[in-house]
Design a protein around this ligand. Structure first.
Ligand SMILES: *Cc1c(COP(=O)(O)O)cnc(C)c1O
Length: 361
């Protein structure tokens, strides 16, 4: 096996080595079937068990109540920006959006194509360094739903509380934090996540939707985009992303074996705290996100000097700390430390940062 690096990419990102090795061992013969999962009919008995186990293990991991459906779809979180309004914006034809980053903004823009998309609050004026504090009176009780981005991948912020939206269903994009911390699914009408951050290879989108929100799509909706069609087809109305579902299922099994989400959350909080504590005490690095709103998954920081940041990113790359440059809209650095990033990777990053600090003070 070749050398592994610590990959800080925001996504696609690291997968657990155990899972990579396990699927590699079975790459040409999955459990005596004589074929790879990549070659397998999605209507086969073997795949039916793969998708069934993936669903039930995810249900266990996230404590998903019985009145919620789990879907394995395609199109990324991006397609959910439209699929959600197509299916949900059908009673009063309006929804509320909290704009805490560019993905949140895109969700609102897509929503506006299907009804009245109201921006309840935005932290754009501060380049999205904080999460607005909202109460139930901030939301329109007639809205068909309220949309938030739980963890803002680009700006490194995370909702430190779940907003009270009263009777209005809360929809959250959890692409970059699903399974990284405990989430009370019963507080949401719908959750969605592109898999390529915390779950699996790209190509898979997980949707968790409460039963009463299903069945309201307009008659002219493309079949693929109707949650009801997908639920009836058990995510196999058409050919699903079989390989990604298989790898996701292996990630779920590993998580269950290792103590589930509470155990991961403990490690993730510890990883993030170490990194932020070091940044806050350092002489050259700062993290722009408000302390109470900082993400456990994406730590955004910089030196305040674009040339020095560029030097940092290049030097880190040379030392096996890969893809640590900030998003092009923010600059600086961003360390994405998802579930699969081992604590040793964060330790290695801090050691590198310390050395770089000493050399450049
Ligand atoms: C990555 C990401 C997206 C975009 O996901 P795609 O799967 O590429 O469509 C949307 N929202 C959040 C929060 C993300 O992190």
């Amino acid at each position: 096996m070749g050398k592994r690096v610590y990959n800080f990419s925001a996504g696609p990102s690291m997968l657990p080595l155990d899972v990579l090795q396990k699927v590699a061992e079975r790459i040409t013969d999955y459990e005596g079937t004589g074929m790879s999962v990549m070659e397998m009919s999605h209507r086969s008995k073997a795949f039916d068990k793969i998708i069934g186990d993936a669903e039930s293990n995810l249900r266990t991991l996230m404590n998903v109540p019985d009145n919620y459906h789990i879907l394995f779809l395609q199109g990324g979180a991006t397609l959910q920006f439209s699929m959600v309004p197509i299916n949900l914006m059908n009673r009063n034809h309006k929804a509320d959006f909290v704009v805490t980053g560019s993905f949140a903004g895109k969700a609102a823009e897509e929503g506006a194509k299907f009804g009245a998309a109201r921006i309840v609050a935005s932290s754009k004026e501060s380049n999205f360094t904080y999460i607005p504090k909202l109460t139930v009176s901030d939301f329109d009780p007639e809205a068909d739903y309220v949309h938030i981005t739980y963890n803002n991948t680009i700006y490194g912020t995370r909702w430190p509380y779940i907003p009270d939206t009263g009777v209005v269903p809360l929809v959250a994009d959890v692409s970059s934090c699903i399974l990284s911390e405990e989430i009370d699914v019963s507080k949401f009408g719908l959750l969605y996540a592109g898999a390529q951050k915390n779950i699996a290879p790209s190509g898979l989108t997980v949707v968790i939707i409460r039963d009463d929100l299903v069945g309201n799509a307009p008659k002219n909706v493309p079949l693929y985009l109707d949650y009801e069609v997908q639920i009836k087809g058990r995510s196999m109305y058409n050919t699903p992303p079989t390989w990604s579902i298989y790898v996701a299922g292996e990630v779920f099994k590993l998580l269950l074996r290792d103590g589930g989400v509470p155990e991961k959350e403990k490690v993730n909080r510890r990883k993030a705290k170490k990194l932020y504590d070091y940044i806050d005490a350092s002489r050259i690095y700062t993290a722009p996100a408000a302390a109470e709103d900082r993400s456990f998954m994406n730590a955004v920081f910089g030196t305040g000097n674009a040339d020095l940041d560029e030097k940092f990113v290049a030097k880190a790359q040379g030392e096996g700390l890969i893809d640590i440059g900030g998003h092009r809209s923010v600059g600086g650095m961003r360390a994405s430390i998802y579930n699969a990033m081992p604590e040793e990777g964060v330790d290695a990053l801090i050691a590198f940062m310390r050395q770089f600090e000493d050399e450049n003070i």
